[in-house]
Design a protein. Structure first.
Length: 570
């Protein structure tokens, strides 16, 4: 019986059976390892997505992936991140197969027989299907070829802003104060937008029957001082008669997740010391994407009695980041599939390629700059392009693959300290100011990972008022937290070493320690016992106030003895 194969392994589960079984597995795993819930939720969502496109092949992917993960853990003690899709396995099992799509509307969330449009569209039977049916699957409703990346369709109607509903009546809104108070600046910015072809105008009257004129505003870089036009598409606010353009765009459909600095660090750790880094930045990012002419009436504005309208993606539109990100995804797809650039990350218009130390980073730079961006006619901000190097700034953090460390630039540490000092001198501040400070802290915790635990009180305090201009009382507890942050940042060198993405327990490397505040400490490391009395000056350093400090002390003692000192002894 021991050698008899388990008949359950030969079953091929349906997606409903898989979700039910995986749900039980997930509950058991998360009960023991709560930190894995997000990872397993992402894996389950990915499996459902694979099923939507490739049908029952999702289960083949699951069996191979889970077997690979188990083998790596068992034989090499490598923990696989289940939230990351294994492209090699997916390519292996889906080679030569067709994608499941509705033959009428080309969507993947329902079968053809359940399409809501079938009452008005006659679907050809299999016997009468001609070559036109294959064309129906290979092109979108605009007649363009359909392209998929990691099971997701890219660039399909990317120039449609996803506005739901029609404008049955025209509406004009007054420009914001930031624009009205800077007439010369706004006039010059509009002139530049028109010269580049991003805006059409000026007109004495708009060439549309119904249109929406939204307020103009000016956004200024907090530290760079650079100014740019913003179209306030969230106006009018709280108006039941006229919905704003952004209110007509589904928030959930335009939600997206962004790359993290941890993703870049994970790749550098995988490739090793002295991995080469290259950074690229698209200039006029949103403006390379045109709107459909039918959408032009939605993006009008008025300045000095003349009308204008945008024909390219605008800053201030809820759907702009999501739409532009499809272009960035396409660039990554081209780089990976056509030119074998293995490690490429992007956050909207910022791209990063990472190459193995033994490979030529110049190749990635040349392909991205001279081939992909040039052939696609995508403009690059050359002053922000850098590499190949082993140290550069990405997403505001300095990554150093030679020293294997991440650094927060000194100027940014100083800005946070100045902001904290400013608030400490006040008894209250606006919710806007508190959220700005939390934004600085959130940025800093990309490097100061334990710092995330020391923001909960400030976050809760920011929720005590509703509007951004309302004042928040800075309580005693709040100021204690701020003083803690100020003291830490004032004495911190801004550096954190790259750390292993996987948690290693004391059981894995056989290290156990304990301490007594009045005597000393002891421990066990891989078959050896060690102990020592406290150094004479240690009580004065700690004021005998922190048992946590005493319990922490044996760990660096053990580490230094292993690396530098004599063998540990009882």
């Amino acid at each position: 019986m021991a050698n008899k194969p388990d008949p359950r392994l030969n079953r091929h589960l349906s997606i409903q059976e898989f979700i039910q079984a995986f749900g039980k597995f997930k509950r058991i795993m998360c009960n023991a390892y709560p930190e894995r819930r997000e990872e397993l939720d992402a894996y389950e969502a990915d499996i459902i997505n694979i099923h939507n496109f490739h049908g029952l092949k999702f289960y083949d992917y699951h069996k191979i992936f889970s077997a690979k993960a188990a083998a790596l853990l068992r034989e090499k003690r490598v923990k696989v991140d289940w939230s990351l899709r294994d492209r090699d396995i997916l390519s292996l099992i889906t080679a030569g197969s067709s994608v499941n799509v509705c033959k009428i509307c080309n969507l993947i969330d329902h079968a053809t027989q359940y399409c809501p449009l079938q009452s008005s569209v006659q679907v050809e039977s299999p016997s009468s299907r001609s070559s036109s049916s294959s064309n129906l699957q290979s092109v979108d409703k605009q007649g363009r070829s359909r392209v998929f990346h990691e099971g997701r369709e890219m660039c399909n109607n990317f120039n449609n802003p996803k506005v739901q509903g029609d404008i049955s009546e025209s509406k004009e809104c007054k420009n914001n104060f930031s624009a009205r108070s800077q007439v010369k600046v706004v006039s010059e910015l509009i002139k530049n937008e028109c010269q580049k072809g991003f805006v059409h105008g000026p007109f004495q009257s708009l060439p549309f029957a119904n249109y929406r004129v939204s307020p103009l505003g000016v956004a200024e870089g907090k530290y760079s001082g650079k100014k740019r036009l913003i179209l306030d598409l969230s106006s009018p606010h709280d108006n039941d008669n006229f919905l704003s353009i952004n209110e007509m765009i589904d928030k959930e459909e335009c939600s997206m997740s962004y790359v993290k600095i941890d993703d870049a660090i994970r790749i550098i750790l995988k490739l090793g010391r002295n991995s080469t880094l290259c950074k690229y930045d698209i200039s006029d990012a949103f403006k390379i994407c045109p709107y459909l002419p039918s959408q032009w009436p939605l993006f009008c504005f008025k300045w000095q009695s003349f009308y204008y309208y945008y024909v390219r993606l605008t800053f201030g539109c809820r759907s702009s980041p999501k739409i532009f990100d499809t272009i960035s995804q396409a660039i990554c797809h081209i780089a990976e599939k056509n030119y074998k650039i293995k490690n490429i990350l992007h956050l909207l218009d910022d791209f990063l390629t990472i190459d193995h130390p033994s490979e030529d980073g110049e190749r990635s730079m040349a392909i991205m700059m001279m081939t992909i961006f040039k052939r696609l006619n995508i403009p690059i901000a050359k002053h922000k392009t850098e590499g190949p190097v082993t140290c550069l700034e990405y997403l505001g953090i300095i990554l150093d693959s030679n020293k294997m460390e991440a650094r927060l630039p000194n100027i940014k540490v100083q800005r946070i300290c100045e902001f904290i000092s400013k608030l400490l001198s006040k008894s209250s501040c606006t919710k806007r100011q508190l959220l700005q400070l939390l934004g600085h802290f959130n940025f800093a915790t990309r490097v100061i990972l334990p710092g995330r635990s020391f923001l909960s009180y400030l976050i809760n305090l920011s929720t005590t008022v509703k509007h951004l201009n309302e004042f928040v009382h800075l309580t005693k507890e709040c100021k204690v937290d701020l003083e803690f942050w100020l003291r830490f940042l004032s004495n911190w060198n801004g550096i954190t070493m790259f750390h292993d993405c996987y948690f290693t327990s004391s059981y894995d490397f056989e290290l156990y320690t304990d301490a007594a505040s009045t005597i000393g400490f002891g421990g066990y490391f891989q078959g050896k016992w060690f102990s020592s009395y406290w150094p004479v000056n240690l009580p004065t350093l700690t004021d005998n106030s922190s048992m946590a400090f005493f319990e922490l002390y044996p760990i660096p003692y053990c580490s230094s003895s292993i690396v530098m000192g004599p063998p540990l002894a009882l």
